[in-house]
Design a protein around this ligand. Structure first.
Ligand SMILES: [Zn+2]
Length: 403
């Protein structure tokens, strides 16, 4: 380790207990999303922690005019330098498998509980990383802005979307880092997302008068069939980016993940619907993929002589920062210095908040101390030492220690 990283590491190690206590306090607040519980309470703890660490902080209430959802964003930071680094995270968690997951346990060097890996442990890494860089005087040229959002697990249009809509993301920023549970790799890209609800029309009739009806479910089968074949074709359209472990390089579509039809078993269904959910590769644009899907749906409907309506539930572009971007090289150097090895750069299997920044041209990366394979599961945990090492990476990256 270099002198800077050693100094940061010593500062962080001195605060190992404080970090563990803060994480346990955050995990004990149930912020399940959906439905989006406990968000102001959790945000208040983050604000309090930021004040104790001598970081600026501000709470913003946010609401979605479209669906009436409300939430909050915590922003803050430190440093007076010209160059801006964003540290970004979310404090909502996916629903727990059992209530005991909100009673965090500290055992064998780990903290166990919902959200420890994804990503309240990451928030603690960023808070202490920022505070270390600030207190050790490493932020002469750079400054850190923290963005903590409330709805990443449900698409982040309220949190990330508000940051974007209110011009709170500076396109001239040097870089953005989010400490999602990447398990040692860096995610520098994520797939785009298109979700559609396709409703097929028919005409109701009692089973005894079946010949007078028009069965919407039969039309659904005729339309869903070709779309399923399309989904199979997409699997053979690989990305050129590196994918991790069990991931496949194809463009991923699920047909019929949710569906429904009719009013009762003894009535010819007058309408039927099914979902299509597509995570397309970063080499493709949202516009080209929307056009392709729309054409496939229209062709299938025409062949089936059916009338369909399409409701677009989600349209998110993919995002990517090249692995040879200067900031990617800088981040890799920070990680190598702390962990001993250079990290792999991979495509994230899900959607990431990096996209809100990357879309504006800000180099954006995910790297965190938690492990993806335990995130969202019943035995979620984070290794305390990994959480602390991630804090050292955050501080070194934010300070520009390896330019
Ligand atoms: Zn997450």
């Amino acid at each position: 380790m270099t002198d800077t990283a050693s100094a940061v590491s010593a500062w962080i190690e001195d605060r190992a207990d404080q970090m563990a206590q803060l994480l346990m306090r955050l995990v004990a607040i149930d912020t399940e999303n959906p439905p989006g519980r406990g968000l102001p309470e959790c945000a208040a703890v983050l604000v309090e922690a930021m004040a104790q660490l001598d970081l600026n902080s501000e709470m913003h209430e946010v609401s979605d005019a479209g669906d009436g959802r409300t939430g909050c964003i915590v922003t803050g930071g430190c440093g007076t330098g010209e160059d801006l680094i964003y540290l970004h995270g979310h404090f909502d968690v996916v629903p727990a498998q059992r209530r005991a997951q909100f009673e965090p346990r500290r055992t064998g060097g780990r903290i166990v509980g919902r959200g420890t890996a994804d990503m309240k442990g990451g928030l603690v890494s960023m808070l202490y990383g920022a505070a270390a860089a600030h207190e050790l005087g490493l932020l002469e040229e750079r400054r850190i802005v923290l963005h903590f959002v409330c709805d990443e697990e449900t698409g982040s249009t309220l949190g990330g979307g508000t940051l974007r809509a209110r011009n709170m993301i500076d396109p001239d920023a040097v870089a953005m880092l989010t400490t999602e549970p990447t398990g040692g790799v860096v995610w520098h890209a994520n797939r785009g997302a298109i979700t559609a609800k396709i409703t097929v029309e028919g005409r109701e009739a009692h089973v005894g008068l079946r010949h007078l009806g028009d069965n919407a479910f039969e039309h659904l089968i005729a339309i869903a069939g070709p779309l399923t074949e399309f989904a199979d074709e997409l699997l053979t359209e690989p990305t050129n980016l590196q994918v991790g472990g069990v991931d496949a390089p194809g463009s991923m579509m699920v047909v019929g993940g949710a569906l429904g039809a009719g009013s009762n078993f003894n009535v010819v269904p007058g309408s039927a619907w099914f979902s299509v959910d597509w995570r397309f590769n970063p080499e493709r644009t949202l516009e080209t993929e929307l056009t392709r899907l729309r054409r496939r749906i229209d062709d299938a409907a025409r062949d089936a002589s059916a009338h369909v309506t399409v409701e677009w539930l989600q349209q998110q572009p993919a995002a990517m920062t090249p692995a040879d971007d200067p900031r990617a090289i800088e981040l890799a150097a920070c990680i190598r210095n702390v962990e001993g090895d250079s990290p792999q750069f991979e495509l994230c299997p899900g959607v990431l908040d990096t996209r809100w920044y990357a879309q504006l041209g800000v180099p954006a990366f995910a790297y965190g101390g938690g492990r993806l394979e335990v995130s969202h599961g019943p035995d979620e945990y984070i290794d305390e030492a990994a959480m602390r090492r991630c804090a050292v990476v955050c501080a070194s990256f934010a300070a520009g220690a390896y330019r």
